[in-house]
Ligand binder design. Sequence first.
Ligand SMILES: O=C([O-])CC(=O)C(=O)O
Ligand SMILES: [Mg+2]
Length: 392
Amino acid sequence: MRIASIRQGVVPISSAIANAYIDFSKMTASVVAVTIEDGAGKRATGYGFNSNGRYAQPGLLMERFVPRLEACTEAELTAADGSLNVAAAWAAMMRNEKPGGHGDRSVAVGVLDMALWDAAAKLEGKPLWRLLADRFRGGEADDSAWIYAAGGYYHPGKGIEGLVEEMKRYLGLGYTTVKMKIGGAPGTAIKDALREDMARIEAVLKLLGNDGSRLAVDVNGRFGLHAALAYGAALEPFKLRWYEEPLDPLDYATHATLAEHYAPPLATGENLFSMQDARNLIRHGGLRPDRDILQFDPALSYGLVEYLRTLEMMQLHGWSPRRCVPHGGHQFALNIAVGLGLGGNESYPEVFAPFGGFATDTPVVDGRIRMPEIPGVGFEAKNDLWTVLKDL
Ligand SMILES: O=C([O-])CC(=O)C(=O)O
Ligand SMILES: [Mg+2]
């Protein structure tokens, strides 16, 4: 195995939407293409990109991670069974990196890790989900994944009617569960913000037949303990699917306090970027393995090599992989969900294109989606994304 070339670019994923914490008017993504030759006449190009929420990382890629990957020897890149050794390539990229401080580089490494797994699966002529099931689950992949429609963003001029119309479109596409943003009313006292959000939530719940298990709400880390508890008390009777990122993602003790007062499911983890950060959440966040949801996004957190470590850590702490529903709505996490038996995956039917979304013309049926039988992650079967990647 040898690296024949690595190319990178930066593309916009900007839009006029906002959550409770940031707007996406200047959001960008790094994209990479890594071409591998296996020394026996086979050649494959793997593609990678970063998930929404973090910006493109061209400097880190150019200065540290691409040169280290390019410097890998053929022996390093070749596993004992002759396959591409992604874990060894990952270790080479992380040479001379100190522990801790994961947000510094986990996105840049994740972009390259995605491309390496895409190439590895293409060299084996298999979809990534099947490669993962073969390697880690005795060949047993799930036949489909549960996905939910994430949206409900704040948008200039968008009122409750616009929000309900949006959710109706998602149901029309075959989704059964939806997610909306809350906590975004700027500079408002908690009781006023809560009144406004309750009206938004109740309007969407009405559309969902007042079945709280079909609605998740997302605060994007905006609340302190006082607001999180006040909202929690108001939300509790709805028995929502989950109450997401109510607090700062790194404030584990406060999560533990909230979990003592809010019985239905909580969800968090999209802004934790390493196994060690995930472990601190599990150790100190008071989360409950029988109901809470972990949303670590492999594309933002050093890729699948690290995600495998996170899953192993979770199992040591008594957490099933089924508690994981990754953030990001991308094909990479969907392959991992089906191949490794996670609880499902996020989907963004109307935002974060072309990186959000799955293979073109794969229908969502009763909130579930099947995977195409195409080698690699399946980017070539997603028309809008392939238009961007093929020019790299
Ligand atoms: O709005 C965002 O930053 C994305 C997000 O939280 C999610 O998909 O859960
Ligand atoms: Mg979120």
